[in-house]
Unconditional design. Structure first.
Length: 92
């Protein structure tokens, strides 16, 4: 009977050691995957900041003014304001 108890205890101990190794490998693989995801996230955040800076620069008034000048737009020489109270056309 004592031999069977030792056999069961030894088998259980071996099984627990194997389970511990499997869980350790699983956790280390998950850690490597998490590190890879965090690195990818860092790349995306960096690119996002780069694109936000580019959008801010391209939408500035000075840049838009330079592009307008290069396309042939110019500042108006004579500005006419139309008010709402005056009718555009009248009957005689």
């Amino acid at each position: 009977m004592k031999k069977y108890k030792e056999l069961i205890f030894t088998s259980l101990l071996i099984l627990l050691v194997i389970a511990n190794v499997i869980f350790t490998v699983s956790v280390s693989a998950s850690g490597a995957e998490l590190t890879n995801i965090e690195r990818t996230q860092g790349i995306f955040l960096s690119k996002n900041q780069e694109y936000m800076d580019k959008i801010t620069n391209e939408s500035s008034l000075s840049t838009i003014g330079e592009k307008a000048n290069s396309l042939g737009f110019s500042k108006p020489e004579n500005i006419v304001y139309v008010t709402v109270t005056e009718p555009v056309a009248k009957l005689p």
